[in-house]
Design a protein around this ligand. Structure first.
Ligand code: GDP
Length: 299
């Protein structure tokens, strides 16, 4: 909770200052409601959600003075209503052994770091974990995953740079089965600029994995960098088309002023938000809690 509020300080200070400036000794009328809507839009909450929240705040208290603190409370309550339905933990169902998790996301969105953090959590639960270095395009990606595998005691399956990513995924699942592993996490390339190629690659990964286990992958999780703001919306659309995303992880919520984007995402897509990243460290992956987030975002 402390990490979350600290991390969201910049988002919160925008909203909090905006609301305080607006409602200090001013009545709640058409002008202030419109101004409140602007403050919410600037905080990346999305146009529709901002309009609805402003309207709800306006109702009942119209033409009366209202304390900024009360407005913040009302806004937080409305944000929580948007977020509550999507706050869902990532459950590594034990019926699937191994549970196959396909991680997707653009380069730099925090995919590899999130895989490392997840491996750490799973290893702490004494789960056997295999990591597949499916981003064969960048040698550095494999190197980075190797470091996480060593740090967490997960097994790593990789091939030389330029190798077929689906081949890596196939081998990794075979090894995970042979080793009786609990979870296989497949890293993938994030070259969204070459969408057709990426789509073909992800489709092939899914196809070869299904040859060994028709129920796999059991989850397709998209990592989104909070600092990209509204751009996250088009990333979700793109990856939904190429990979059939089942859930989201939002990274880099620490130190960004754009944390409100999570509210816009929840309202627009309704995809489960599993986890949030609030730092680069191994312990900086947190479960997503709607109420905590709503309160932290408003300040
Ligand atoms: P990938 O290209 O998607 O695999 O992204 P990486 O996992 O390599 O992450 C890109 C950069 O973002 C690295 O420097 C990470 O340390 C950093 N990063 C990842 N998650 C977070 C986070 O939650 N907070 C912060 N501040 N940095 C993060």
């Amino acid at each position: 909770w402390k990490r979350l509020t600290q991390g969201l300080t910049r988002t919160a200070s925008n909203l909090s200052t905006g609301i305080t400036d607006l409602f200090t000794k001013r009545k709640l009328d058409a002008t202030t409601i419109e101004d409140l809507e602007d403050v919410l839009i600037r905080a990346d909450l999305g146009v529709e959600t901002s309009a609805r929240i402003a309207e709800v705040v306006g109702k009942g208290r119209y033409d009366k003075e209202i304390e900024p603190e009360e407005v913040r409370g009302l806004v937080a309550a409305e944000i929580e209503k948007v977020l509550a339905p999507v706050a869902m933990p990532l459950v590594f169902e034990s019926y699937a052994k191994p549970f196959v998790l396909l991680m997707v996301g653009v380069n730099g969105s925090g995919k590899t770091t999130t895989i490392g953090k997840l491996a750490s959590v799973l290893r702490a639960q004494r789960k056997k974990v295999v990591l597949a270095a499916g981003d064969t395009f960048r040698a550095a990606a494999t190197e980075q995953l190797k470091v996480w595998a060593e740090r967490t005691g997960a097994a790593l399956v990789s091939r030389a740079p330029g190798a077929d990513a689906a081949g890596v995924a196939f081998d990794a699942l075979a090894q995970a089965k042979a080793d009786d592993a609990d979870v296989l996490i497949i890293d993938t390339a994030g070259r969204l600029q070459n969408r057709a190629e990426l789509m073909a690659e992800l489709e092939k990964i899914v196809r070869v994995v299904r040859k060994q286990d028709p129920t796999a992958p059991h989850a397709v999780v998209l990592t989104l960098d909070a600092t990209v703001g509204q751009n996250a919306l088009s990333q979700v659309e793109a990856f939904q088309r190429v990979a059939g995303v089942t859930g989201l992880v939002m990274t880099k919520l620490d130190g960004t002023a754009r944390g409100g984007i999570l509210v816009a995402l929840a309202a627009k897509f309704g995809l489960p938000v599993h986890l949030i990243g609030v730092g680069e460290g191994i312990d900086d992956l947190q479960p997503f809690a709607a109420r905590d987030f709503a309160r932290a975002v408003v300040g």
